[in-house]
Design a protein around this ligand. Structure first.
Ligand code: ADP
Length: 506
């Protein structure tokens, strides 16, 4: 009897494979970084062949570290950087061009043209997303229009599209067809498909009207499946070294929601990394945002009804801490912000709005730029460090408030994960500015864990989400210490500072 579940986390900077036991505890991991290819300003690419190679190595090395083999794995799940677009030749397994990464802005004009032509409303209504370079649809269109031979190959059924989940599942389950062996599976799940601008949130199917807007041959698109079911099996002679069900697939933020056991409507997780990602479970109801949030899939388990979510992303949180370290040189390591900020009682009147690339949710103001305001001669770098940590928390509060307004809910607690949650002061400030408890789980690798959970559920390794919820246990909790007037004053100062950053660039 297999006692473990494996999960691939194909991220923006690295790919890892982790192995978990029945309690959700980590047994082993192996991780490899891949090259960030930056051919011009605004372009970000990855080499899909390198990602597949790294995935194979990560799986083999993690199994070796744990002294396990394929027979010890009940299933494998996958979670991935969302939106990143690969188009490849199904006859050879060769990509026609590098993957276009979610951060890449080369398709800004495609998105702007859709808005100008008045198509933004239908995209928003059906797909839940405003037209933006971020999502996959425009990236597929760009490849069809700019890489020689791809459109013809797509029309002939040779060129196929996938995000990195689809790319890896295709390889794991077969790759190109060979004598006596079928081609790998060309599938994705609803959470990934939901980030293309091509899927209708209600029908969970590719939408002909949306596909036509991007002029994409439909046969390029993978089959949309649930997030938790047996899609297929790994090849006996593949990197796993045996036949294991591939049974879970979730985009990274959705996997983190799942790994945080946010199964009930109204539960919310906030992942603190380079930027922040907040995802709120809205249950089986599609909530359309009037406050600048994205409507997205939460997850779908087999043939159970789909669970939806609201998402708010913040571009700059941890990267503002990196900026203090790398550009200003006032700290040597991110963790130093904690002691530095603790050395003063409060922000000393200073606010730091790190709108380095404009403001994302809920403001969506590309004209904003960063500002440190309220300075007097009394201030030191400690106040600026404190203001930087507060900025992480106030930006999160802005998104939480938008979610509360959209979904009409009362928040009980905020579940957190990600790098910055190591900063105790920052988490205390988060509880203070929100006025609710902040809670961090023992297993911090919620993204990988979520993919493992989805895979394990599909094969009966875990019975249901109640069992998973019981696996979730708290490592730390921070409760609000500010009174209401402190909270109001602090937030008023933040809002004033945000105002000062607007209308800065044309
Ligand atoms: P990602 O997955 O986006 O690469 P991580 O979850 O690894 O991010 O978090 C890294 C980010 O968190 C970095 O931007 C770093 O500056 C910030 N960070 C890490 N530790 C701390 C800390 N103790 N205090 C403040 N910021 C931190």
């Amino acid at each position: 009897m297999a006692e473990y579940v494996g999960a691939i986390d194909q991220g923006t900077t690295s790919t890892r494979f982790m192995i978990f036991d029945h309690d959700g505890a980590e047994i082993a991991r192996h991780q490899l970084e891949h090259e960030q290819i930056l051919p011009r300003a605004g372009w970000v690419e990855h080499d899909p062949a390198e990602i597949w190679q790294n995935t194979q190595t990560a799986i083999a090395e993690a199994l070796k570290k744990a002294d396990l083999t394929a027979t010890d794995l009940a299933a494998i799940g996958i979670t991935n950087q969302r939106e990143t677009t690969v188009v490849w030749d199904r006859r050879t397994g060769e990509a026609y061009t590098n993957a276009i990464v979610w951060q890449d802005t080369r398709t800004d004009k495609i998105a702007a043209a859709l808005t100008e032509a008045g198509h933004d409303e239908v995209i928003k209504h059906k797909a839940g997303l405003p037209p933006a370079a971020y999502f996959s649809g425009g990236k597929i269109q760009w490849i069809l229009e700019n890489v020689d031979g791809v459109r013809e190959a797509a029309e002939a059924g040779h060129a196929i599209f996938g995000n990195t989940d689809t790319w890896l599942i295709w390889w794991l389950t077969g790759g190109p067809a060979q004598d006596g062996r079928d081609e790998g599976l060309h599938v994705t799940d609803v959470t990934n498909a939901g980030r293309t601008m091509l899927m209708d949130l209600e029908t969970l199917a590719w939408d002909d009207e949306l596909i036509a807007l991007f002029d994409i041959p439909k046969q390029m698109l993978p089959e949309i499946r649930s997030s938790s079911e047996v899609y297929g099996h790994t090849l006996a002679d593949g990197p796993v070294g045996g036949v294991v069900p591939v049974a879970g697939d979730l985009g990274d933020q959705h996997a983190a929601l799942f790994g945080q056991a946010c199964f009930e409507p109204g539960t919310l997780k906030n992942t603190y990394g380079t930027g922040n990602f907040l995802v709120l479970n809205t249950g089986t109801e599609i909530v359309r945002s009037s406050n600048g949030l994205l409507t997205t899939m939460g997850y779908k388990l087999g043939d159970q009804p789909a669970v939806y979510a609201l998402e708010g992303s913040i571009a700059v949180t941890g990267s503002a801490i990196q900026w203090l370290r790398d550009q200003l040189g006032v700290i040597k390591a991110a963790a130093e912000t904690e002691d530095l900020a603790k050395s003063v009682e409060d922000n000393g009147g200073v606010s730091f709005v790190p709108a380095f690339s404009g403001l994302f949710a809920p403001y969506w103001r590309p004209d904003a730029r960063g500002a440190i305001v309220g300075l007097s001669r009394y201030n030191t770098v400690a106040h600026i460090a404190r203001a930087a940590l507060e900025a992480v928390c106030y930006q999160s509060k802005d998104v939480v408030d938008a979610m509360i307004a959209d979904a009409d809910l009362e928040l009980e607690a905020l579940k957190v994960d990600g790098g910055i949650t190591a900063n105790e002061l920052c988490m205390q400030i988060q509880a203070d500015v929100l006025g609710v408890d902040v809670s961090k789980p023992v297993v911090a690798e919620t993204t990988c864990l979520g993919a493992a959970y989805a895979a394990g559920l599909a094969v009966g390794f875990w019975n249901d989400t109640d069992e998973l919820a019981r696996n979730w246990s708290e490592a730390s909790r921070w409760s609000p210490e500010w009174d209401d007037s402190q909270r109001e004053q602090g937030y008023a100062q933040w809002k004033k500072a945000v105002d000062r950053t607007l209308d800065w660039v044309d």
